[in-house]
Design a protein around this ligand. Structure first.
Ligand SMILES: [Fe+2]
Ligand SMILES: [Fe+2]
Length: 169
């Protein structure tokens, strides 16, 4: 049986997709409030994975988890990058496809959720409490110009992703 923590993580996947669907139509954002709620929910979800779930798996599995962790971190950076610019048809389609793929990977056999079930079964309450303690990450305004690297770096730092030293935030 899935833990309450994992049930919550799966529900957040479904909620993110539902908010995206509510916010967009025909490749356009038609409801900016819903789109902001979608961005907030997604960034907070990624922060739980980066700051709570993946560190817990690293503590349990050590180097055996490293390749999976690195791949998911690359995905998270890609998703955040698609949240930076003012949304247009191409960005939105890429983002939607990326999310469907990323969520499916995390929920597939042997991947993030399965590893959590297998190795963190006794940590359910601690994971939920750690997720609840995370601060709410403030939304960045859209950026389409020269400040894109700085905005992305700030978003990465906020969710707990490593930031390259040469990008000032
Ligand atoms: Fe993720
Ligand atoms: Fe996820």
């Amino acid at each position: 049986m899935a833990s309450r923590f994992l049930t919550r993580m799966c529900r957040q996947h479904a909620e993110s997709l539902a908010l995206f669907a509510a916010a967009t139509r025909g490749g356009r954002v038609v409801d900016l409030k819903s789109y902001d709620r979608f961005r907030s929910a997604l960034v907070q979800h990624i922060a739980i994975e980066e700051r709570v779930l993946m560190p817990a798996l690293t503590r349990k599995l050590g180097p055996a988890f490293e390749a999976t962790r690195r791949k998911l971190q690359q995905d998270h950076e890609g998703i955040l990058a698609l949240l930076v610019p003012t949304p247009n048809e191409i960005w939105l389609q890429d983002l939607h496809e990326f999310l469907l793929h990323h969520f499916a990977v995390e929920e597939s056999p042997g991947q993030l959720h399965a590893l959590c079930t297998r190795h963190l079964a006794g940590d359910d309450r601690r994971l939920r409490e750690a997720a609840d303690r995370l601060p709410v990450i403030p939304l960045e305004p859209f950026e389409d110009g020269v400040r894109v690297p700085q905005v992305l770096a700030r978003m990465k730092a906020a969710v707990g992703l490593p930031v390259r030293a040469f990008v000032s935030v």
